[in-house]
Design a protein. Structure first.
Length: 398
């Protein structure tokens, strides 16, 4: 890591990077194919004046991250340790909360180093690496955690492709191997999580505030449809909030046993709820034909999904997804519309909502909104980093 490469930034982008924009984009890396992953890069203007220092690492967001705007700051062990220490300090209140034992402790560029995240699960730390480039700093991150944190074990997931494939391994790094599932708490509710299976662990931590709100304010006595339900986390919170019945729908075969497990670790009779393995779009058509109506419909699709008959892109198709949900939501019912797509902002998301209701000849009011929770630290210079948009929409009569 001794070599540093100078990259000249086009004049129209200089102020953006001087202002703190952290993502190295394709626009400023015309010769990206010849750059080695993990190499340190210095961004300079057309007069060769220093703008920032970072690294090259290709991931779905871009081509690397700016780490410092201080020319003399070294990207070394102490740099990583300072950033991780500061992040752990910011999460002190989470570590002290006995009701929530799963949260994010390092959120990439939001905590000063883009390209990886660290999540905490009741004494276990899980690192997600998003490029080969950031993975070259593996020793710095692991040593920092060993120096700063008390842990049962450290695990990792490599979320980048090697030779066109994701790297599959059990992910154990240090400590004592976990016995899976590990049971963690979120606002007093149990979740079974796994680090030794696929890319995901069984729960998306960024929806914590939304799940609590559904349980505490909206679920009591209601019929709830949870679409793209994954492991049924929203359904569990709705059931614990007194929902009359939940219906969880997801295309993945694993969603059935995983949802049963999440109900079971909370002492809920899963047989009193419907868990359906089916394409969500097909289920909407079925519900329409049967004239099924729900008091609450939860829409939390992936940004992009493909099934045998449908391809879904949040940017192109969310409006039509909402129209399907509106059709099977009772008057005065609530639609929880959520997206993790970073390709549009909340303002545009609300235009999807407005258009969907207009095209459905319906009226609505927005009851409340959510973005990322406090542990998912973001910076104002990188608005795309605050990707989560959740809107509680009340469907009005007439």
């Amino acid at each position: 890591m001794g070599t540093e490469l100078n990259i000249k930034v086009k004049s129209n982008l200089v102020n953006k990077y001087k202002g703190g924009y952290p993502l190295v984009t394709k626009e400023i890396l015309n010769h990206a194919s010849s750059v080695e992953e993990g190499v340190l890069i210095n961004l300079v203007d057309e007069n060769h004046s220093f703008i920032g220092k970072g690294y090259y690492g290709k991931q779905n967001k871009g081509y690397g991250w700016v780490l410092t705007r201080n020319k003399d700051e070294k990207i070394d062990q102490s740099f990583f340790e300072r950033k991780i220490k500061a992040a752990l300090e910011k999460r002190k209140s989470f570590f002290n909360d006995e009701e929530t034992t799963a949260f994010r402790v390092f959120n990439g560029e939001g905590d000063g180093i883009g390209g990886f995240t660290i999540d905490y699960f009741d004494g276990y730390y899980l690192i997600n690496w998003y490029s080969k480039g950031i993975y070259t700093f593996y020793d710095y991150v692991i040593t920092s955690l060993k120096n700063l944190a008390q842990y049962k074990a450290i695990y990792q997931k490599k979320r980048f492709r090697a030779d066109g494939k994701f790297i599959e391994e059990d992910g154990f790094v240090d400590g004592e191997r976990g016995q899976f599932p590990i049971i963690v708490k979120e606002n007093g509710v149990n979740f079974a999580v796994y680090f030794n299976e696929e890319a995901m662990v069984g729960v998306f931590l960024d929806q914590r505030d939304v799940r609590r709100t559904i349980r505490d304010k909206y679920a009591k006595g209601k019929t709830v449809l949870n679409t793209f339900s994954y492991t049924g986390a929203f359904s569990v919170f709705a059931a614990l909030g007194g929902a009359a019945k939940t219906t969880s729908v997801d295309l993945a075969n694993r969603s059935l046993p995983k949802t049963i497990e999440q109900f079971s670790v909370n002492g809920i009779d899963y047989e009193a709820h419907d868990i359906i393995v089916e394409d969500v779009f097909h289920y909407f058509k079925y519900a329409g034909k049967k004239n099924l109506k729900f008091d609450m419909v939860i829409l939390d699709p992936p940004s992009f999904a493909r099934s045998k008959k449908f391809t879904f892109s949040a940017e192109k198709d969310y409006k039509n997804l909402l129209k399907e949900a509106i059709a099977i939501t009772d008057n005065n019912g609530v639609i929880v519309a959520s997206t993790n797509s970073a390709s549009f902002d909340m303002k545009k998301f609300k235009t999807f909502i407005d258009t969907a209701f207009k095209e459905s000849n319906g009226k609505y009011s927005i009851v409340e909104e959510f973005s990322l929770p406090q542990d998912f630290q973001t910076i104002k210079q990188f608005k795309e980093g605050n990707y989560l948009k959740v809107v509680f929409i009340k469907k009005l009569n007439g």
